[in-house]
Every structure is written in C-alpha cells, then in structure tokens.
Design a protein around this ligand. Structure first.
Ligand code: PHE
Length: 378
C-alpha cells in the first residue's frame, strides 16, 4: 500500500529523528559504573547509582558535554568478591568507556583499580575510604575523605563526647575498609591516652557475634567501636543488647543504610556513626539536591552514598569539559587538577594523593531516624 502523503511526511520525520538519535548515540560519551546493585550491600550500590543517574540525566538535559550526550553503562557486581575486575575489563575493552565510576566499598574498588590503572582509564570512587584505593596508581581518584581522617573523627568523638576510656573493637577481617578504619581509630584513641582493651574479629556475612560479644562483656569496657557495614553492625547491636551490654556502640560510614534501623530496631537507638553528609544540612546546595533527588526517585531522601555518587559523576563531567577531550591521559590530568568543585558533599579539591579533603558528619539514631549531631572539619 502506498502511504498517503501526510503519512509519508510523518515517516520521513520519524526516520530523520531515528537517524539523528542513532548518530547521537554512536557519538555519546560512555561512562562505566560498577556498583553492588544487588546482594548483601545492595543498599550502597542502589543509593550511589541513583545519585549518579540523577547527575547524568541533568547533564544530558543541559546539552551534554563537549556537544555530546553522556551514556552511563552500569554493571552490577552483585556484592560478590572477584566480579569487579572482570566487569572493569569488559567495560573498558568492549564498551570503550572513557572513565569508571565506582565502587562504594573499598575491597571492590581495590579489585577494579589495577585494571583501570593498567588501561590508563581514569577511575573515580565516590565513597571508598581506604587509603590503598588511590595508592594503586595515578589514574585512581576519589571524591571523599579517607579513613585516617574518619578514624580520628570517631576516636575523638568517643573520647570527648561519649567519654569512653576503655574500648573494644569488633573488626571485619574480610573487609579492607574495616581493617583500615580499625587501625586508624586505634592509633588515635591510644595516642590520646585511651585504652584498647580487646579486639575481636568477624567476617563479612557472619550472623552470630555472641562469642565475641561475650568476651567483650567479660573484659569490662565502656564502649565498642564497630568499623563494619550495616547488616553486621545492626546484628551486633541487637546481640549486644540481648547480652545486656548497655554501653555506647559506634561505627563509621559503612553503617549508613535504611537496613541499619530495619534490622537493628530498638537496639540501634542511641548509636553513632560518622559519614560524609547529612540531608538535614540547610545549605542551598544540599537542599536543592535533596529536592531533585526526591522528585526523581519517588520521594526517597538521599543518603551519603547518593550524594557522593552524584558528586563523582559531576566531578568527572567537569573534568571532561576542562580537558576538552575524553583521551585517558588528558582526562586524568584534568581530574587531578580539580579545585574547589562545588559538590553536594562540599568543595572538592583533588590533592596530590588523588583524594579529597572534606568534613565528616556524625549521625545518631533517634526514634528510628538518622539525626545530625555535628560536623567535624578536617
Ligand atoms: N567507606 C566505605 C568503604 O570504603 C563505603 C561507604 C561509603 C559506605 C559511604 C557507606 C557510605 O568501604
């Protein structure tokens, strides 16, 4: 059947639009993202991913970068050890991404970093805080503070605010983040005259902490530092309270997820953790971000990982713009030169070690909600 002229015109318009969108797609700048979208730490990956998507969509609506749209190629490592390196290889060689965003967790960032480094493809971790991540090489960056700072923040908070003098540590030996944060906390707490009475260990995925907590109870401490992730932290608080341990329990950014209170319930009331940002912060940058995020994601309030995921994509886009190119070496230099980029989590300056120096925030759990306590400047 021969289409009527009107239809013919419509067909031509559609074909033109289709061709234009293909052309745009074939020249899109591809950015790889590796995140734990499912599995044990899905809360981290999901949050970070939502922040990153929000940034990419915003950039594209504003016309993209260097006259091109950005295409986010997201891959899920299912929180499984060993996946992130394989995915990084695939994103670089098959998808030809110009940079990698990820991972949240330090152990998984440490898996993907050597691949990015040897391929000369810049990687920006939104939120991995273990120093070794960026020590991998000069193509590896992060937009957050590192654990030597976070450990000091919580050592001082334990001493000055919680008045803890004798502390027990409960460290996850299978997590680079946990081992590092425990070490930095311990160094400062002891240097300030505190006593580390006992260090107990566990592994990611453990569910029963009764033996460690019973030993801690017998040791007679007045606080427990748990540098771990939210699932284990919540279970540890529950089992500690069940054993009658009524002392302060506190941790670091790995505690931050809705599951902390969902799993922990009343047992996490009055606990404390340090993190990167609070949605309660009244600065216009934070409030505007919270509003945009809620509009995009069904009313959900963005947490620290969402804010850092957003900032990581924005810092990358800013660097591509300044580099005027997506060439790996030029892009690397531009990211390294990032100075005072106005991020949601604060002004971002990449230092000589490719880390960012930012304030930390202490949060407490009150009536099942995360409440801002204080900001600690570097
Ligand atoms: N800092 C943690 C790590 O390095 C990850 C994390 C960041 C978790 C921010 C929660 C919030 O593994």
């Amino acid at each position: 059947m021969i289409p009527a002229p009107r239809h013919l015109a419509a067909t031509v318009v559609l074909a033109t639009l289709f061709a234009a969108s293909c052309a745009r797609q074939s020249t899109a700048i591809k950015v790889g993202e590796i995140a734990s979208l499912t599995g044990k730490e899905a809360a981290f990956g999901q949050s970070s991913h939502k922040g990153t998507v929000l940034a990419i969509e915003e950039l594209n609506r504003a016309g993209g970068i260097l006259g091109q749209q950005l295409e986010l190629v997201s891959e899920d490592n299912q929180t499984k050890a060993g996946e992130s390196a394989t995915i990084a290889r695939k994103l670089i060689s098959r998808d030809k991404v110009v940079a990698l965003l990820g991972e949240v967790a330090s152990s998984r960032s440490l898996e993907m970093a050597p691949i990015a480094q040897s391929s000369h493809i810049p990687m920006i971790s939104p939120s991995s805080t273990n120093p070794a991540v960026t020590e991998t090489g000069d193509y590896i960056f992060r937009v957050c503070f590192i654990d030597p700072f976070q450990g000091v923040v919580m050592a001082k908070f334990a001493r000055d605010t919680l008045k803890v003098r004798k502390v027990a540590l409960l460290t996850s030996v299978s997590s680079a983040y946990s081992v590092g944060l425990a070490k930095y906390f311990k160094e400062r707490f002891v240097a300030d005259g505190g006593e580390l009475v006992m260090e107990q260990k566990f592994s990611e995925g453990d569910k029963d902490f009764k033996a460690q907590l019973t030993a801690i109870k017998a040791a007679g401490v007045d606080g427990i530092f748990v540098p771990g992730y939210y699932t284990e932290a919540a279970l540890i608080c529950k089992q500690a309270r069940d054993l009658g341990l009524a002392l302060p329990i506190f941790g670091g950014d790995g505690w931050e997820a809705p599951q902390l209170t969902e799993i922990g319930g009343r047992a996490v009331e009055g606990t404390y953790y340090s993190t990167h940002y609070s949605p309660e912060n009244k600065t216009p940058a934070v409030q505007e971000f919270v509003k945009k995020f809620q509009q995009r994601w069904n009313g959900e309030t963005p947490d620290a990982m969402a804010a850092l995921g957003y900032d990581s994509a924005m810092v990358l886009a800013d660097a591509i713009k300044r580099a005027g190119s997506t060439d790996g070496a030029k892009l690397r230099d531009a990211i390294a030169a990032t100075k005072d980029y106005p991020g949601v989590t604060g002004a971002t300056t990449i230092d000589a070690e490719r880390n960012a120096t930012k304030s930390a925030v202490v949060i407490t759990v009150k009536d099942g909600q995360f409440k801002f306590v204080e900001t600690v400047a570097p």
